[in-house]
Design a protein around this ligand. Structure first.
Ligand code: THU
Length: 135
């Protein structure tokens, strides 16, 4: 799948955002290595802190469906610059994405920026840092 197609999917799902508080819509489209796309939008709540970002909704949908191997993700929002993911989403991405996974950030003016997971969150805290036997 082409980068532009994935960004288009992110823009489409963005329309479903539940954002009565911020009015700020975000969409994310996550491509698995097998070619499936999981889409997510941000979902806010009257108890603000339990809101969830679009990126995490897309990732959690994929993981809960049993898909764990990812190729790339696109994120879209109505921002001046390509939308930068929040810190919590970066941490969740780093749990599931290899350092080489491409992250396409975009806005509604067709500005895009592609960076790798390693560039988005270098020196991230990982499973291996817990020094568990599985590692
Ligand atoms: N938001 C996302 O969904 N993804 C981002 O990358 C940045 C922020 C959401 C969270 C909240 O619903 C709204 O945007 C305003 O912060």
């Amino acid at each position: 799948m082409m980068k532009d197609q994935l960004i288009e999917e992110a823009k489409q799902i963005r329309e479903n955002a539940h954002v009565p508080y911020s009015k700020f819509r975000v969409g994310a489209a996550l491509l698995t290595k097998s070619g499936k796309v999981y889409k997510g939008c941000n979902i806010e709540n009257a108890a603000y802190s339990v809101s969830c970002c679009a990126e995490r909704v897309a990732i959690f949908k994929a993981i809960s469906a049993g898909d764990t191997e990812f190729k790339e993700i696109a994120v879209a929002a109505d921002t001046k610059r390509p939308v930068p993911p929040c810190g919590s989403c970066r941490q969740v991405m780093s749990e599931f994405f290899d350092g080489s996974v491409n992250i396409h950030l975009s806005n509604l003016n067709a500005d895009t920026k592609t960076i790798t997971m390693e560039e988005l969150l270098p020196f991230s805290f990982k499973l291996s840092d817990l020094d568990k036997k599985e590692n």
